[in-house]
Ligand binder design. Structure first.
Ligand code: MF3
Ligand code: CO
Length: 261
């Protein structure tokens, strides 16, 4: 069942999302070559707690950390550990916040220092897919419109979308209906209505869409070990364009790039 949020719930999820947006600005200031992913995770956790909120992923289905930190061939759910981030890596950081019982969920893929042209294009295409998906998230549209535009954006560049993991509703729970696949058919699936809050999250692979889960039970890697990128925003469907609740200064550069497309 897809929940239409009340005004009160919307305010609550907005507050949670604002803390999450600030957390990403903080991550941008801290992420650099040489840092251990475990240390970055600790900083993220401390930041969220200082804001009076909780890291939503910690303990979720037994997940052991506050953030998922996914480097290069890791698609999602990378567990922070002793690995150091290196120049040239692309690093997906996925964070959830719980505040006053309300969840928000977002992810951003950072390029560390100079990255290859190939990695840069993968990142830009994934972000473009997210923004095109957000553009489709309009009253009267359908979930399939979102799925289709992500798939089309990825495949038109020769990339592939991950099949096994999907976007979702978000609110009083981290994962709510509807599931939002990153592939599908326009005009199909549930209708989008005012007051729905969704986490849209394209995961795009440079090579095959097939993935494997490592023995830790979490880490999702591309089967061919080529790179993957992931972006995610929590959005509110409302009159006109949907509202991006996890927007922050991280997207400023991209906004100006988008205007040129
Ligand atoms: N953002 C992810 C999602 O939407 C990660 C959650 S997995 C967790 O599903 F277990 F780490 F919380
Ligand atoms: Co999510």
């Amino acid at each position: 069942m897809i929940i239409i949020k009340s005004e009160k719930e919307i305010e609550c999820i907005k507050e949670s999302s604002k803390i999450l947006a600030e957390t990403f600005e903080y991550v941008k200031s801290q992420i650099k070559a040489g840092i251990k992913t475990k240390d970055l995770d600790r900083k993220i956790e401390t930041f969220i707690i200082k804001k009076g909120a909780k890291p939503a992923f910690k303990g979720y289905n037994g997940y052991p950390a506050s953030a998922c930190i996914s480097i290069n061939e890791v698609v999602i759910h990378g567990i922070p550990d002793e690995r150091r981030i290196e120049e040239g890596d692309i690093v997906g950081v996925d964070i959830g916040v719980k505040h006053k019982g309300c969840f928000s969920d977002a992810a951003y893929t950072f390029g560390i220092g100079e990255i290859s042209k190939e990695k840069e294009k993968l990142i830009d295409t994934t972000l473009l897919a997210l923004y095109r998906a957000i553009d489709k998230a309009q009253i009267g549209g359908r979930v399939g419109d979102i799925s289709h535009i992500v798939q089309q954006t990825a495949e038109s560049e020769g990339y592939n979308v991950v099949r096994e993991f999907v976007g979702h509703g978000v609110g009083k729970k981290l994962h709510e209906d509807p599931p939002i696949p990153n592939f599908g058919r326009e005009g199909f699936g549930p209708r989008l209505k005012s007051g729905m809050i969704l986490a849209l999250e394209p995961m795009i692979n440079e090579g095959t869409y097939n993935v494997d889960i490592l023995d830790d039970g979490w880490t999702v890697v591309t089967r061919d070990r080529k790179s993957s990128a992931h972006f995610e925003h929590t959005i509110l469907i409302t009159e006109g364009n949907s509202e991006i609740l996890t927007n922050s200064s991280l997207y400023e550069d991209f906004d100006s790039k988008l205007k040129l497309i």
